[in-house]
Design a binder for this molecule. Structure first.
Ligand SMILES: [Zn+2]
Length: 234
C-alpha cells in the first residue's frame, strides 16, 4: 500500500478524532506535503459536524456510542479499540462515509463550505538523516531534499513541468535536531512560499517514493543539476 492510500484510509478517523497521537502526527505530516491528500481531506471536512447532527440512533448504529464524541476528545476506549484493530479504522471511515450518504438521502443539508476549515498542520520540520553514508536533509517524511544549481538565493526558475517533477518544499520550515545552516523562504512566481536552506530553494523529487532514496542526486535534467543537501559536505 503506498503512503497516500494508507493516509486516506486514516482521514476519516483523523477528522473524527478517533486516532492515536502517533497516527495523528503521521497523517498531519503527510498532509503538509501532499496536496492531493489535503484535497481529499477538504472533501471530508464536513464529516464530524454532519455526524453530530444525525439522529442519535443512526450514530449509535455506526459508532457504537450513544452520541458521537467531540472530535478533539475521543474517548479512550474508542482510541484503544482503533489502535488495537486496524480494520476498525477502515470500518469507521466506511461508516462515516455511509452516514454521509444516508444523511444526503434523508435530506440533511450538506454544506461543506459552511464547515470550519480543517486545522492547518503544524509548520514542517527539516530533518538530518543518513542516506548512503552521507548525512543529508530530508523533509519530515524522510524524503530527500534537493537544491537546484540554476537557482539564486531569491528566485527559482523551476516552474510548471519542472516543479511537477521537483515539488518545492513549502515554507517556512524549522530545523530538526542536527540540522545546521540558515533556513528561510522565497516567494515563487505563482505566489507560493518555498523553504530555503543557506540560500538554496529546496525541493523533493517525485522520483523518490520512500525515505532512504536519493534518486535525483546529481541528475542533470529539467534545466540544470540537482544535488541532495549534504550536511557533511556543506
Ligand atoms: Zn498523499
Amino acid at each position: 500500500m503506498d503512503e497516500c492510500t494508507s493516509i486516506r484510509n486514516e482521514l476519516g478517523v483523523y477528522l473524527l478524532g478517533a486516532i492515536t497521537p502517533a497516527d495523528r502526527a503521521r497523517v498531519a505530516w503527510h498532509l503538509v506535503s501532499c496536496e492531493r491528500c489535503r484535497d481529499e481531506m477538504a472533501g471530508l471536512a464536513a464529516l464530524p459536524a454532519l455526524l453530530r447532527r444525525l439522529p442519535a440512533g443512526t450514530v449509535m448504529q455506526f459508532a457504537g456510542q450513544s452520541a458521537l464524541p467531540p472530535a478533539s476528545i475521543p474517548p479512550k476506549s474508542l482510541v484503544d479499540r482503533v489502535a488495537r484493530r486496524r480494520r476498525t479504522r477502515r470500518w469507521l471511515t466506511t461508516a462515516a462515509v455511509t452516514s454521509l450518504a444516508a444523511a444526503a438521502s434523508a435530506g440533511w443539508a450538506v454544506a461543506v463550505s459552511n464547515s470550519p476549515p480543517a486545522r492547518a498542520p503544524a509548520a514542517a520540520v527539516l530533518e538530518a538523516r543518513r542516506i548512503g553514508g552521507v548525512r543529508i536533509l530530508t523533509d519530515a517524511q524522510g524524503l530527500t531534499v534537493y537544491w537546484f544549481a540554476p537557482d539564486s538565493a531569491t528566485a527559482s526558475p523551476c516552474t510548471d513541468s519542472c516543479a511537477a517533477k521537483w515539488p518545492p518544499v513549502p515554507g517556512p520550515v524549522s530545523a530538526g535536531p542536527g540540522v545546521p545552516g540558515t533556513l528561510g523562504t522565497i516567494t515563487r512566481p505563482d505566489g507560493t512560499v518555498q523553504a530555503t536552506w543557506d540560500g538554496h530553494p529546496l525541493y523533493t523529487a517525485r522520483l523518490d517514493t520512500a525515505p532512504g532514496q536519493a534518486s535525483g542526486n546529481n541528475l542533470d535534467i529539467s534545466g540544470g543539476t540537482w544535488h541532495e543537501c549534504a550536511i557533511t559536505r556543506h
